[in-house]
Design a protein around this ligand. Structure first.
Ligand code: G3P
Length: 220
């Protein structure tokens, strides 16, 4: 399973990409607003740090303008993925872009039928938002299971399931068990995934026991 970071925080991207475990980045207009930075400057900076897919979202509501924005953003770097909304205009744009081998991430997916249409439009990624479905009393992970089942029924579909709106490590675990291709997660959740209290306790015991041996692996 690929791990993307859902962030525009350059410091976090730089630091966490050093693990070698970050496969890509997703951004959205809200994250750009939160950063307070210029969108294009931000994307250029991210693309110098990350060679995998970097999602950049168009903001126009109509197909013609969306397409112009998409071509403009796609020129920034070869690893830019154009993010389009899950609307009729968005999927029309997705089809044109995917026919030209430009990667597309269809965002704001809340139903399996939407995911089916996105795959037909040639989306590289579909982004179902699990946390926002949980927020309204539904189970967002049911959507992941449904999309997985549908995509597996049609091997010609090459669209990857990119689970978004992830709110906790349990969402990541469940997504992996359901066979999601990608999770996009905020940096703090990524950091939490490394941790277990028993790892810390065990490490502490090993350190203390190692001191008793008075040995050093690297001699001074
Ligand atoms: O990138 C889109 C998505 O991950 C947003 O998450 O927490 O705002 O629902 P959230």
């Amino acid at each position: 399973m690929k791990i993307f970071l859902d962030t525009t925080d350059i410091t976090a991207i730089a630091q966490l990409s050093e693990t070698g475990l970050v496969d890509g980045i997703t951004t959205n207009p809200s994250l750009v607003a939160k950063s307070g930075q210029n969108f294009e400057v931000l994307l250029r900076e991210i693309c110098t740090l990350i060679k995998g897919p970097v999602s950049a979202e168009v903001t126009a509501p109509d197909h013609a303008t969306m397409l112009k924005e998409a071509f403009h953003l796609a020129k920034i770097a070869p690893n830019i993925v154009i993010k389009v909304p899950m609307t009729q205009e968005g999927l029309k744009t997705c089809k044109v872009l995917s026919d030209q081998n430009i990667m597309v991430n269809v965002t704001l997916c809340f139903s399996a039928l939407q995911a089916l249409l996105a795959a037909k439009a040639g989306a590289t990624f579909i982004s179902p938002f699990v946390g926002r479905l949980d927020d309204i009393g539904l189970d967002g992970l049911d959507l992941i299971a449904d999309i997985r089942e549908i995509y597996d029924n049609y091997p010609a579909f090459k669209t990857e399931i990119l689970v978004a709106s992830i709110r906790n490590p349990a969402h990541v675990l469940a997504s992996a068990k359901l066979g999601a291709d990608v999770v996009t997660i905020p940096p703090d959740i990524f950091s939490k995934m490394f941790k277990h209290p028993l790892t810390d306790i065990g490490l502490d015991i090993f350190e203390k026991d190692w001191e008793k041996t008075k040995q050093q692996i690297l001699k001074a």
